[in-house]
Design a protein around this ligand. Structure first.
Ligand SMILES: Nc1nc2c(c(=O)[nH]1)N[C@H]1C(S)=C(S)[C@@H](COP(=O)(O)O)O[C@H]1N2
Ligand SMILES: [Mo]
Length: 176
């Protein structure tokens, strides 16, 4: 005679096994997704910490900066001004960039641990007409993997040392 309970028990365990296997598949798929989908976080002395992916970046108003690349070739870079990224995170710029806010700085970090620094006044269009962007395109195409997806490009900067490639973090730090 067939034992109904034991069949149900078996199919229950089978069902659990399938569910668990599916869970692992989705988690590893998610892992791959996270690895592929690079992002930039905006943290520190901000009102609203942000994490921006390429799709988020493309929705923001873009600006072009013509600059020489690492091979001294003149390129047209396209991206978002640092001031608007920081503005979205609620960083004190413009009228609010005074008093002790003037000793806050922007620390940029790349995936290889490379770091560069800007004073807030350097990136604020209320202080300077020199644009500093987080570029994602070069001559109309997405940046190559070893430069992007996000790279700092600075209008009129003679040395390339602060053109941080593969940027992953923008952090506002209080120098006091
Ligand atoms: N992520 C990252 N970006 C970086 C660097 C680096 O080591 N890591 N080097 C910087 C320096 S010192 C220079 S001169 C320029 C150009 O680098 P390249 O000479 O390696 O092309 O990239 C800048 N951006
Ligand atoms: Mo350099």
């Amino acid at each position: 005679m067939i034992n109904i309970t034991s069949i149900n028990k078996n199919s229950f365990f089978f069902l659990v096994a399938v569910l668990v296997a599916n869970m692992f598949v989705s988690v590893s798929a998610l892992g791959q997704f996270v690895v592929k989908e690079a992002s930039v976080s905006i943290t520190g002395e901000v009102r609203t910490p942000l994490v921006l992916r390429l799709a988020d970046m493309e929705k923001l108003s873009k600006t072009k900066v013509v600059a020489k690349d690492r091979n001294d070739k003149t390129r047209s870079y396209e991206g978002v001004e640092l001031s608007s990224l920081l503005g979205n995170a609620g960083v004190s710029l413009g009228e609010q960039l005074r008093g002790e806010n003037l000793v806050k700085y922007l620390l940029v970090e790349a995936i290889d641990g490379y770091q560069v620094l800007f004073s807030l006044a350097e990136v604020d269009p209320a202080f300077t007409s020199r644009k500093i962007i987080l570029a994602y395109k070069k001559d109309g195409v997405m940046l190559p993997a070893d430069e992007g997806p996000f790279q700092i490009v600075i209008e009129g900067e003679k040395r390339k040392s602060r053109y941080a490639r593969q940027v992953i973090s923008l952090k506002i730090v209080f120098a006091k």
